[in-house]
Ligand binder design. Structure first.
Ligand code: BTN
Length: 318
């Protein structure tokens, strides 16, 4: 958490703070201090660095402020309430707990950092401090559990639209990975609570790599961020506002008109087909041509023998 402490020191001073002072106060190496300054800059903090003087916090208006985000949502009459914490194990886990305790639809749990972020299929999801978006929104749609796959596709359509509004060209990889230039920039985890077949709450957890500049080696070929693609930082507040606006709008449409109204949006952004893919389901792998989706959100794959398979869950490799 050195970045937060470095920021605290900079905030306390109206003049330059030397790198030496920061490193001795926080018991950090000068390289570590420099890294924290860089990550604070990636979060939107405008920090001046002057040789022999040190660092000065000039402006922090570009940083994601939950209050400013809430004010923008209120002004746009979007009924979403931000529940923000600087650091959480997982916004999804917190939102699922709040949903079980009766939190209203429209509660959006956000964090600047997740220490135990959860991905689909039990995978971990990384949200380094201040450079990404981690948002889990509670919905209470009137729907049957069997409609859950299409709700998930609806969230992907909304996220793709939000990225398009920010000037990107996103592509959806079934069911709900969002790619830029073939690499993953956004992941969506949908979880539900309910009794018998009825859904009582649906929690949409969305992670977007916004200003992430470096990924661990294992992810370098498959992950990207908005900043890497654009070549400059992107406002997290703007990205969060666009995402929540589109998500609210498309979920309303989903509830009132059904997935058939949202399906063209999902299809407009989906990876074009036919395309050769491998479906990964538990331990089973199926190779074939992706043929699009059915009205219930399942993926159609035609294998070499001409048989068409309907895939309900899992992921695809392209
Ligand atoms: C995926 O595997 O592609 C889904 C990733 C979902 C990550 C988001 S970040 C916000 C929310 N909190 C979590 O712990 N997971 C989701």
């Amino acid at each position: 958490m050195g970045a937060e402490e470095t920021l605290k020191l900079l905030r306390q001073s109206s003049t330059y703070v030397s790198g030496e002072k920061i490193s001795s106060s926080l018991n950090l190496s000068r390289t570590a201090v420099w890294k924290h300054i860089q990550s604070l800059r990636a979060m939107g903090y405008d920090i001046k660095a002057v040789r022999n003087r040190g660092y000065l916090l000039v402006d922090e208006t570009a940083v994601l402020s939950p209050d400013k985000l809430q004010a923008r949502l209120n002004e746009a009459c979007i009924p979403i309430t931000i529940d923000h914490t600087a650091s959480l194990p997982s916004t999804q886990t917190k939102a699922m707990r709040l949903a079980a305790e009766g939190a209203p639809a429209g509660t959006a749990v956000t964090a600047d950092e997740q220490t135990g972020g959860r991905g689909r299929l039990g995978r971990p999801w990384s949200t380094p401090f201040g450079t990404a978006l981690a948002i889990s929104v509670i919905f209470r749609p009137e729907m049957d559990m069997r409609e859950a796959p299409t709700a998930t596709l609806t969230a992907a359509a909304a996220a793709a639209e939000a990225l398009e509004e920010l000037g990107f060209t996103p592509q959806i990889k079934w069911p709900n990975d969002i790619l830029l230039n073939g690499k993953k920039v956004c992941g969506i985890l949908t979880e539900m609570q309910g009794e018998e077949d009825r859904v009582s709450s649906l929690v949409m957890g969305i992670g977007i790599n916004v200003n992430t500049r470096e990924f661990p080696e294992a992810l370098q070929d498959i992950a990207t961020s908005l900043a890497i693609v654009r070549g400059s930082s992107v406002s997290r507040e703007e990205a969060a506002f666009r995402l929540l606006s589109r998500l609210h709008e498309r979920m309303e449409q989903f509830q009132h008109e059904g997935f058939q109204a949202v399906r063209p949006v999902w299809e407009k952004h989906a990876l074009s087909h036919p395309k050769p893919v491998t479906v990964v389901q538990n331990r089973r792998k199926l190779k074939g041509m992706m043929k699009g989706i059915k009205a219930d959100g399942t993926l159609l794959i035609e294998t070499e023998d001409g048989e068409v398979h309907s895939i309900v869950s899992g992921g695809i490799d392209i």
